[in-house]
Every structure is written in C-alpha cells, then in structure tokens.
Design a binder for this molecule. Structure first.
Ligand code: SF4
Length: 332
C-alpha cells in the first residue's frame, strides 16, 4: 500500500516530496490510512519533543479595525465587526504577561494588529520584558517589518516571532505575499526564531495549495510549523465558504508534521483540540484580549482557551506537558 511506503520513508528521516504530501492529504480523513498517518505523526512528534507538548499564551496589546482586510480576520475593516480602537496600558500588558508566567505558559506572545505603531509596540514590550523572569521566552506577533525594525524587536528582548504567509495571501488579503516572505527573511536575518503555520485552511483549498504551503514553511526551518483551520466570523462573506472538520484539520496537522525536517520540533494547531493532539500537534495556544477569530473584545469571554485548558486537552490526548521555557526555539 502506498501510504505504508511513504510512512516508511518518513520513519527513516527522509523528507517527503510534494507529490507524496499531496497523496497523504488526498486520503479520506476517516480512512484507516489517514489514521495511520496521524499515528505516525503523533509518534514522530513525541520522539522529537520527548513526549512533552507545550502551551504558548498570547495577549493582544490593541484592538482596532485593520485596513489590511484579511477576509478571515475579525479586525478587518471590511468585516465591520469592531468599530472602535482600544489599547492596553503598559501596566495591563505587564499584568497579562506575568499571569501567563504564573499559569505555566512555555512562552509568552505579544500581539498587535498590523498597523499598530511599531515604536509604541517596542516601548510596551520593553516594559513587559523588564517585568518577566529572564528565562521567560517572549515572542512577537506583528505585521510585516523591515530588517531594521526586526533588529529592534530582537534588541527589545524578543526571542522570536510568529509570522505566516497565509493561504491565498494577496487574494483573500490586501497584503503582498512577497512582502510576507521578505519579512520572514528579515526576522531570520535579525536572529529571531520564526514560528509559522499553514493557515487559515478552508474547504476551498486544494491539496496542491496545502502541499505548496507545507513546503514553503519547511523551506526556512521554522521553530514550529503546523496547521489551523479557518474559523468563520459570523456575518462575513468568507464564512459562506464553510469550515473544515476537526478531523480533516487533524489530518493536515499530521501531514504537515511529516512534511517538515526533523530539525523542526514544534507542530502547532489552532484551535486546541484532542484530535489535533493525537494527530501530532505538540503546541497549543491560550489567548486573552483581542483575537482575530473572535467577535468578543476579550476572547477570554469567548473562544479563547486558558493555559490550564490547553494543558488539560493535551493530558486527555495522552501527552505530558513541558514545565519550563520552550525548547522548540533551539533548532538553529
Ligand atoms: S490578520 Fe492582521 S493584517 Fe490581516 S486584517 Fe487582521 S490584524 Fe490586519
């Protein structure tokens, strides 16, 4: 059987070809072969992360309508979900970050919308960094940056960034795919670790598109890759395209794991779920404040998971959880 042959290849440490990735993505999500793929991705993730999953916790320092107009994002001006702008004070940002430390997050993420003033972001970040334990890993989730500003992030105390070239970038967003890729190069050149993801997956994306994106994420040896499905924002045009099932997402998470080199330890999925974890996700996200997948101003009152609930989903999926600063940023 072809699936068995492909899995034998991943077991011996070989990287899959695009054609093999497409084949695995084309299996019926509830077929015995797809379950074999998920089992192998789980085995490999556990081997690479020594059986310990991790939880990242993200807070947003602002909430604002954003003219980059990514159709899947609740901040997009075109979606008309949020009309007013709010931002955290530095004290509030510090309080969120310190709470994540207390809760046992393995890394703290600070997010802003793409057009939030960069100088202000750095100013708040410096305050947050000063108030965290030296060993706590701080990661930025911001818009596209020049090399100069990427270096400023590093100097402000960030260990890395989250940055993704999204599926159909430039068509479903008003951003340029080339600029997204350039930013990733800038972050790498600045010495920041880059985590990424194949996202946001909807039913319209072909296996060829997914395979191409899996290969792109593998191309820059990220700290982690993974896959996340698109969450429909009620009332938006893109919501009409529908949503993939958690099982299909789990299959894509598994294939993404198998499409990465072994130097990539992390494999994330969002939103957290047991199916993702049993298919080889070893990284989940807790969130507070504004969230691009939520229509609540404070996602802790909506879709957001807590560090504790993420840990619990891992335990239910037969994963242990790492206690301490993330180990997924050591692949370079
Ligand atoms: S995903 Fe980021 S860049 Fe796109 S609309 Fe939302 S905040 Fe703006």
């Amino acid at each position: 059987m072809r699936t068995k042959e492909i899995l034998k290849k991943t077991r011996s440490g070989d990287v899959l070809s695009k054609e093999e990735i497409i084949y695995l993505l084309g299996l019926m999500p509830d077929s015995p072969e797809a379950y074999m793929v998920m089992a192998e991705a789980n085995r490999l993730s556990k081997e690479l992360s020594e059986g310990k999953a991790e939880v990242r916790a993200q807070f947003a320092i602002n909430l604002a309508p954003c003219s980059c107009n990514c159709l899947f994002c609740s901040f997009a001006t075109v979606n008309g979900v949020f009309a007013k702008e709010t931002e955290l004070t530095p004290e509030q940002a510090v309080a969120y970050a310190r709470q994540f430390e207390i809760d046992g997050a393995n890394a703290v993420f600070m997010m802003s919308t793409a057009q939030y003033p960069f100088a202000r972001f750095v100013e708040v970040a410096e305050e947050v960094r000063k108030n965290l334990k030296p060993e706590t890993i701080l990661i930025a989730n911001v818009g596209d940056l020049t090399l100069k500003n990427a270096i400023r992030l590093k100097d402000a105390g960030f260990s890395g960034v989250y940055h993704a070239l999204r599926l159909r970038e430039g068509t479903d967003t008003d951003l340029s795919a080339e600029k997204r890729k350039q930013s990733i190069s800038n972050f790498v050149e600045a010495g920041l670790k880059v985590g990424t993801c194949v996202e946001p997956v909807g039913p319209e994306h072909t296996n060829g598109e997914l395979a191409e994106m899996i290969e792109f994420t593998a191309s820059f040896n990220p700290s982690y890759s993974g896959a996340a499905r698109r969450i429909p924002i009620p009332g938006t045009a893109i919501a009409k395209r529908g949503v993939i099932s958690e099982l299909r997402m789990a299959q894509i998470v598994a294939v993404t794991r198998l499409g990465m080199p072994r130097s990539v330890i992390g494999n994330c999925t969002h939103e957290p779920c047991t199916l993702g974890a049993i298919a080889g996700a070893n990284l989940f996200w807790a969130e507070v404040g504004a969230n691009p997948r939520d229509i609540e101003e404070k996602t802790e009152e909506g879709r957001g998971e807590t560090v504790k609930s993420c840990q619990s989903i891992f335990h239910e999926s037969n994963w242990d959880v790492w206690d301490g600063p993330s180990r997924y940023y050591n692949n370079r």
